[in-house]
Design a protein around this ligand. Sequence first.
Ligand code: URA
Length: 245
Amino acid sequence: MQLQDILYSQGFGTRRVCAGLVQQGYVEVRPDGAASFSLEKDAAALCDEEGLTLRVQGVEWPYQAKAYVVLHKPAGTECSQKPSTYPSIYTLLPAPLRQRPSKTAVVGVQAVGRLDQDTTGLLLLSDDGQFIHRMSSPKKHVPKVYEVTTKHPLDAQQIDRLLAGVVLDDDPKPVKAAECDQKGDRLLALTLTEGKYHQVKRMLAAVGNRVESLHRSRIGGLALPPDLLPGQWRWLGADELALLR
Ligand code: URA
């Protein structure tokens, strides 16, 4: 692929902007297996994108045909591109991730499902539509683990009801927790395989309790990486993607 097209595919701007970045000497390349970067000033230079690492204006960027990233969502952020009150989680991502082109009208990586503004923890983002669908579709039953701190002490009856199923508002079909692991007086690890609006908060309210804080710690086989601090993101490795599949 031509270097300008590679840059374009990674979200560095229009093809014209990408060509300009190369011609102005802002782009270095390190092919797969090479020990060091070399400056490339020919925008039409052919590069093998597999295993390629770019360095654009001093920032290293591994070529990724599709983007799969994990973000530690901090409290006080909205998962919407157009937030109403709090900053958007998308402001925590670098511009190329937000600008990656796609054949559909949607541009950039998209969150796999949404967390409430006050919920923290594991959030996946990708520009792979099939992956997003597979991970968020209620039919796929991907388990998600939430660490819940409740306002009132939990009792056995509440746990039993969460496992047996509770009716939420006008939804006639009861929703139940796949697992409910009480970890303390007011601490619960709740595993859900659906993703209804405010589901954890509504389930706890339905059993007469209330959520004080909510943190998502796991999706499928992937736990929130312990070294990823609130607000930080990183690429998912092939091993981590395999855990999700
Ligand atoms: N359930 C909720 O109530 N809120 C979230 O953010 C996620 C699950």
